[in-house]
Design a protein around this ligand. Structure first.
Ligand code: SF4
Ligand code: SF4
Length: 325
């Protein structure tokens, strides 16, 4: 049963550029402009009118955008919930300007071993993440640690949780790796890793969407009976101000937004892609967290129920529920 009939999330790509080159991501290879404040202001107004609650300012590395603080401020002024994930390289430099503007601030950290994290990210950013935590705490921010889980690093969860998260009362978000396009992500997670992850999801200060695990055990999205609601639940905006459909990872169509996101989102072209969400041949087995999370939120099914406890746990820990009232 569909519970919410409007989009709830916007993945706003402020640039595709990145100062890292992670082995499990290809976005940093794309040439890219930066979104303009003028376009963003109009789009944020329309996002609000369309019912969007959360704007994820993403990239690439979002802190490469020199006006990221102004973009965040525009979203906050429209009472949108903001989220941003950074590799930490630029956070210490801009932390003061960002203070109070990011509701869900995530620092990516995939290993407690400096050399291993840096190798995975393709750049020496481990020390910057630790420095970012220190600076953020000093400013009164409460960042989360976003840990992308592979079979090869799952054994490191405990060290990050014990030594980095618990001392500062930070939430550890476990993000099971997903495969897409031709990017080598390690072929998914083994059954034993999924079991281990489920256990970790029940621990203090750990956030894991249990529905991610169930979806993997069920073989991912099935085009004959899709769980994906990417195009109807999530609006994807590119740095050159196009709507990307049905999701960023497929990107089968891009529509110029101009100054009219509100009308365009209700056009026949967008309706066509909404009808295709999760039903395309490429959608078989898909488990892309960025779209499954909002998909689970808009439709009541087994995934909705499984996602509920972790959603509540995080909202209570971070007090984000207050902003939805
Ligand atoms: S930091 Fe993020 S955007 Fe940049 S290469 Fe890594 S995963 Fe991709
Ligand atoms: S199933 Fe995956 S690839 Fe297909 S539309 Fe949804 S998010 Fe995109």
């Amino acid at each position: 049963m569909r519970l919410i009939h409007h989009p709830i999330l916007c993945n706003y790509y402020v640039t595709y550029r990145c100062n890292a080159s992670c082995s499990f991501c290809d976005i940093w290879e794309r040439p890219s402009p930066y979104v303009t404040l003028e376009n963003a202001e109009r789009n944020l107004t329309d996002l609000k009118r369309l019912g969007v609650k959360v704007v994820d300012f993403t990239g690439g590395e979002p802190l490469l955008h020199r006006q990221i603080d102004e973009l965040l401020a525009l979203a906050k002024a429209k009472k949108l919930i903001t989220t941003l994930t950074t590799n930490g390289l630029l956070y210490p430099k801009y932390a003061g300007k960002l203070r109070g503007k990011v509701d869900m601030l995530h620092f990516s950290l995939d290993s407690p071993i400096r050399e291993e994290h840096n190798a995975l990210r393709g750049v020496a950013c481990y020390d910057s993440v630790l420095e970012s935590i220190r600076v953020a705490r000093k400013l009164g921010e409460r960042p989360d640690i976003l840990f992308t889980v592979f079979d090869h690093n799952i054994g490191h969860i405990e060290a990050i949780w014990k030594n980095i998260c618990l001392p500062d009362n930070l939430v550890l978000i476990l993000n099971p790796v997903f495969a897409y396009n031709a990017v080598q992500t390690g072929g998914g997670l083994s059954e034993s890793s999924l079991t281990t992850l489920s256990w970790w999801g029940k621990q203090k200060n750990v956030y894991l969407n249990q529905a991610f695990i169930t979806l993997r055990r069920n073989g991912g999205n099935d085009p004959a009976k899709p769980v994906c609601r990417a195009a109807s639940s999530t609006i994807v905006i590119s740095p050159d101000n196009h709507l990307v459909l049905p999701c960023y990872h497929l990107g089968l169509e891009t529509i110029p937004i101009g100054d009219n996101l509100y009308e365009i989102f209700q056009s026949d072209e967008v309706k066509y892609w909404i009808a295709q969400e999760g039903r395309l041949p490429q959608c078989r087995g898909c488990a892309i967290n960025c779209y499954m999370q909002p998909s689970f939120a808009v439709e009541m099914n087994q995934y909705w129920w499984q996602a509920l406890p972790s959603t509540l746990k995080y909202s209570i820990a971070k007090q984000t529920w207050k902003q939805l009232l």
